[in-house]
Write a new protein. Sequence first.
Length: 254
Amino acid sequence: MDLEEFSVVSYGGGVNSTALLIGLRNNGIIPSEILFADTGGEKPNTYDYLKTMNLWCFRNDFPEIKAVFRKNENGEMISLENDCLSKFTLPAIAFGYKTCSRQFKIQPQDKFINNHPYVMDLYKNNKKVVRYIGIDAGESHRAKLTEDNRFIYRYPLIEWDWGREECIHEIKKEGLPLPGKSSCFFCPSMKKREILELPDSLKRRALKMEDNARYGLHSIMGLGRDFSWRDFLEGQSDSSVDSTVGENCICYDG
């Protein structure tokens, strides 16, 4: 069977992956699939920007951006937020691990790709999937993988020598608004300024997660690692935080 190249873009909803799509279009490359790994807790601006980019994809004859996510045995979404609440813990990155990214970002994409009928035929014929990743030229040290038993990894932004500024320039030249920073609204890597910018409804959900896990936190203070989001937000005079959140949480020393 003569199979053509099958390529996938890992789209994160930020500046780099948006510039990546523009650059691929400029170079006459149309990916077979564009995947967005949804943790169920992305910031509102990311979900809004997906709509903008899906319209761009339609206008440029690109495939629609498909949202993939971790599922239970019934095929229902397991969100990172609910997973943390049910286990009385915080995202793994709060403790210095990257398992939340692997379980909720990488694995759902891998599962979709590996179960794609065309890709299964590809594997049977000892062919591989080309995976485009949006690491820019300023972070080339992160582009460690080149190939494994199923994927060939390509880093076009590095190949084009596009750093952060070049990516921003290309997005503006395309007439697109710049995407906001892509992350979960409860990400422990967020800066204090970003925490304050969250809508109150999302602050309350993040605090519920932190409070729910508090009795199992021995090595860190809370979502901020070396500080508690609750202590930080309650110390802000302009922040409206529900101080009762978490008072009735069922917690245990895990």
